[in-house]
Design a protein around this ligand. Structure first.
Ligand code: SF4
Length: 242
């Protein structure tokens, strides 16, 4: 059984093609900008069996294959519930579906060989490059994420790196430059998506009665977002805007 926060049957931004996205509850990080604090802070959701979820996915199987898509397991963090994630990945591969794991990598040690072999693509969020800044953003250390990134690189596992750009929090250009060089050196990062901070999760923080420290933070100016994308671009990465 797994705790499922929600599903989305036609996602277009979390992996290639059109995706069935399974949002699982639970996360080890406490990101200040989390847009799903109900999934990460409170372990809310619905208990469902892997068979039940896979039966739902199977209804979309042909559509997803024809749309060049597949299934993305997101959250929260899918590695917070590794047994359930493994069962879903197994079932998806048995259906011939492309699979993505959307993770911060902080719980990369929960991804055993089978989970990684069943995963076609990892969407890896690196929240900050400077360890102090990472802790400020997430309340956790950076190193487990880097260990996971390097393990994926050693395996040659395709990765899309994601970076959330928050004015005043993750906009230090020197650090971003260092992250871009690091990512370039890994050799398995296929693309980098710079995601401008937004306030779409604010109401969830308020509804949960949580202290939302970014209430007065504006989204980045387009010029800043362009500058950051350019840093990654000159280090060899494409990106996309959404
Ligand atoms: S890793 Fe994702 S789900 Fe977890 S707290 Fe951060 S933004 Fe939220």
């Amino acid at each position: 059984m797994g705790l499922v926060h929600s599903v989305e049957s036609c996602g277009t931004v979390d992996g290639p093609g059109i995706r069935f996205i399974l949002f699982l509850s639970g996360c080890s990080l406490r990101c200040r900008y989390c847009h799903n604090p109900d999934a990460s802070y409170k372990r809310c959701g619905t208990e469902r069996s892997a068979e039940d979820v896979l039966e739902e996915i199977s209804r979309y199987r042909d559509f997803l294959v024809n749309a060049g898509g597949g299934v993305t397991i997101s959250g929260g963090d899918p590695l917070f519930q590794p047994e359930f994630t493994r069962a879903i990945l197994r079932g998806c591969k048995a259906m011939g579906l492309h699979t993505c794991l959307d993770t911060s990598g902080h719980l990369g040690c929960n991804a055993d060989e089978e989970i990684l072999s069943l995963t076609d693509l990892v969407l890896l969020d690196i929240k900050a490059w400077n360890p102090e800044q990472y802790r400020l953003v997430t309340a956790q250390p950076l190193q487990p994420t880097l260990d996971f990134a390097e393990r994926l690189a050693a395996l040659g596992k395709p990765v899309w790196l994601r970076y959330v750009l928050v004015p005043g929090l993750t906009d230090q250009l020197d650090d971003i430059e260092a992250l871009a060089r690091y990512a370039s050196g890994l050799g398995n990062i296929q693309r980098v998506d710079v995601l401008p901070f937004h306030q779409m999760g604010r109401y969830k923080w308020q509804n949960l009665g949580l202290d939302y420290t970014l209430a007065d933070t504006e989204p980045p100016e387009p010029e800043l977002t362009d500058r950051v994308r350019t840093i990654f671009r000159v280090n060899g990465f494409a990106d996309r805007t959404y």
